[in-house]
Design a protein around this ligand. Structure first.
Ligand SMILES: [Zn+2]
Length: 120
């Protein structure tokens, strides 16, 4: 994961499980919700790149082998709460106070400050 990538819990967990790939730009490309004894997400990861030309220039593309990884809701909760403890920022808007399609982040009410998270 490149340092300029915004924090993403699924990507953060992937690089904990596959530290040998930390220098590569792997990114999730598909998330499937799974219900069961341990509810979570079946995530598919592939190496990502930014398209340099064509109609979708500047957008993310994927290449190479894919990896599937089952990520539990408890794991996602753990990395989200850890982000808030270490940065002091809201994990939803990453401290900006803004949200896509809304004037204010609905989790922190636009303050950008860390807040209690509901446990899985
Ligand atoms: Zn927020």
């Amino acid at each position: 994961m490149k340092n300029n990538e915004p924090f993403d819990p699924y990507n953060a967990i992937f690089f904990k499980v596959h530290p040998e790939l930390i220098d590569k730009d792997y990114h999730w490309c598909c998330l499937e919700s799974v219900e069961g004894l341990q509810s979570g997400t079946l995530a598919t990861f592939r190496e990502a790149y930014i398209k340099l030309r064509g109609k979708y220039k500047g957008r993310r593309g994927y290449k190479g082998q894919s990896f599937k990884l089952f990520i539990t809701d408890a794991q996602v909760y753990s990395v989200r709460i850890n982000y808030q403890i270490t940065t002091g920022k809201c994990v939803e808007c990453l401290g900006s106070g803004k949200a896509m399609g809304r004037p204010l982040c609905f989790q922190c009410n636009g303050t950008g400050v860390a807040h209690p998270l509901s446990e899985p």
